[in-house]
Design a protein around this ligand. Sequence first.
Ligand code: ZN
Ligand code: ZN
Length: 158
Amino acid sequence: MQLPDFPLGGGCQCGRVRYELMAPPLSVYACHCKDCQRFSGAAWSMSMPVRRETLRHLQGGLRAFDKPADSGRTVRMLACAVCGTNMWNEPLSSPDIFVVRAGTLDDIDWIEPVGNIWTQSRAAWVEIDPALINFPGQPPSREPLYEAWTHKTGAPRA
Ligand SMILES: [Zn+2]
Ligand SMILES: [Zn+2]
């Protein structure tokens, strides 16, 4: 798979929030936890962990919501202050990464997920490809998801 050229842009629905991703993400995977189903309004959300220094918030006010995650850790979720689009979250337990909502990128052709997490709470009709890197709940570490992404895209190692 071919990675696009960086930086890449992304933003919210109303256009006030814009960001730039300066380097390839560490991985892209689907999350089927109940919280993701609620805030995305869909059966899963697409998570894209990135190194904090590679995400540049260019414009637009954000509002924060500190959410106790299913995993028991606290996650700070950042959304556009005006239109409410979920942009990224800051896992307070992982101070080196942001987890960007991958669907907010302008171009999503290249972000095919390498795996699934929280498959135990997926919708009954969702089929999980057993060839991907899958976890029934919160993965003990994101390493296998990073590794699969590096393998698939040739992105530099985390
Ligand atoms: Zn907005
Ligand atoms: Zn989730």
